[in-house]
Design a protein around this ligand. Structure first.
Ligand SMILES: *Cc1c(COP(=O)(O)O)cnc(C)c1O
Ligand SMILES: [Zn+2]
Length: 419
């Protein structure tokens, strides 16, 4: 199987352009990368992956941010606002209370628009330019629309975003709006938005930049590469486990691909690859269900609900790439309640790290897996926090405590403080 960790380096097909091509993960059909617009396999409808004749080594990486990893990407440069190079925070108190050897927080909320989606867009929008399209579109729980709007504007292209009405956090709509996207509020959930935008894209209305687009995942591989380099610098070893929130499972797929490519390049032992551990909200956990049941496919959940709106997704499109990633690395998946998510959001806030609810799912999941004994106390773990606190100010205010009204004079303020 092409997605196995021990897969051989693929043979280079005639379709390759400068050593880059697209390959179907289901039937192996290959396609040229930049000749025409294509999101899935013409032959079987399977998901596509970007493949390379030359796989990079750590020595090939140079510079800062996503484009430090150009040797692992399909283009040399992108439409950029200096995304990537996010902090890998130490969290000593949280590390002790969870009870692991080392815990680090890779805070993707520190990207230019406040989520990891920027890493995918810097590559995806550059590919759109290469293809010569002029209108970009996505369905979004919010962050993809913010990133698409910003990167599309910067690239001088029109942008169209489809959002589930009433289910997108305020900060994200504000970003899409100010960066100039046309915002269509759909009377339905995210999965319905994605169905529609896929049909619009198939009809040639716009270029699709959801994580179904294989080029976006190339940019998101750099999260994994940064985590590995960070751990190698600080511990002289890669992490035992990476815990991440799962929505459409794009990051799970992207990190797995980054590690597979390092194994193929001889840079990483198969046994060293971090255990990919996915976390979903209880009200939207189709991936967890598939992992628990040992299923090869994910059952679509038609009804989904969670406070973590960024992962309120019932039909994770990248499941065929992500399920092998979780299984082949010896990882697992777990569901957490909204209360556990909010508690984890507060835990992170106490360490000075502000995240939106979906992001805190990783820490909530790690705590639960540690309590269940699935995660050992001698593990070194990285938790991914995917988006910034200010993305969802309402959730932050609800998880925090209320301001206290005081009179406009010092005496009154002192009295209040003493009461
Ligand atoms: C998009 C998003 C996710 C989900 O990521 P996938 O790669 O689709 O699994 C999680 N958290 C936040 C904040 C997001 O914006
Ligand atoms: Zn195919």
């Amino acid at each position: 199987m092409s997605l196995s960790l021990s897969a051989e380096k693929p043979a280079v097909p005639d379709d390759a352009d400068d050593g880059v091509w697209l390959e179907c993960i289901e039937c192996g059909e290959t396609f040229p990368p930049f000749e025409d617009v294509r999101y899935t396999c013409d032959e079987c409808g399977g998901l596509l992956e970007v493949r390379y004749a030359d796989l990079p080594t750590f020595e090939d990486f140079d510079g800062q941010g996503v484009w430090r990893y150009a040797a692992a990407l399909p283009l040399e440069a992108g439409v950029t606002t200096q995304e990537g190079a996010t902090p890998l925070y130490e969290v000593p108190r949280l590390e002790e209370s969870v009870g692991v050897e080392a815990l680090r927080i890779k805070h993707e909320g520190m990207n230019p628009t406040g989520s990891f989606k920027d890493r995918g867009m810097t590559v995806g929008v550059a590919v759109a330019k290469e293809l010569g399209v002029d209108r970009l579109a996505c369905a979004s729980t919010g962050n993809t629309s913010a990133a698409l709007a910003a990167y599309g504007s910067r690239g001088g292209m029109e942008t169209l975003v489809l959002l589930p009405a009433g289910k997108v956090a305020a900060g994200k709509i504000a970003q899409a709006s100010l960066h100039g996207a046309r915002i269509l509020e759909v009377d339905g959930n995210f999965d319905a938005c994605l169905d529609i935008v896929q049909e619009l894209a198939a009809g040639g209305e716009a270029y699709l930049l959801n994580s179904l687009n294989p080029f976006r995942l190339e940019g998101q591989k750099t999260i994994g590469l940064e985590i590995l380099e960070g751990f190698l610098a600080d511990y002289d070893a890669v992490p035992d486990r990476i815990v991440l929130p799962v929505g459409n499972a794009g990051n799970t797929s992207a990190l797995y691909k980054a590690f597979r490519e390092l194994v193929q390049a001889g840079e990483l032992e198969e046994s060293e690859v971090p255990k990919l551990t996915g976390v979903q909200a209880e009200g939207a956990a189709p991936m967890v269900e598939a992992i628990e049941n040992g299923a090869d496919e994910v059952r679509r959940w038609d009804e989904v609900e969670t406070r973590a709106t960024a992962i309120r997704i019932g039909n994770p499109v990248n499941a065929p790439k992500a399920l092998p990633g979780i299984r082949e690395t010896g990882g697992t998946a777990i569901a957490v309640s909204d209360e556990e998510i909010t508690d984890a959001q507060r835990d992170l806030a106490r360490e000075g790290i502000g995240v939106e609810p979906a992001s805190a799912a990783s820490v909530a999941g790690l705590r639960k897996l540690r309590a269940e004994g699935v995660v050992d106390d001698d593990e070194r773990v990285a938790c991914l926090t995917t988006g910034h606190l200010l993305k969802d100010p309402d959730a932050a205010a609800a998880a925090g405590h209320d301001p206290e009204p005081v009179p406009a004079e010092t005496e009154g303020v002192l009295e209040h403080l003493q009461s």
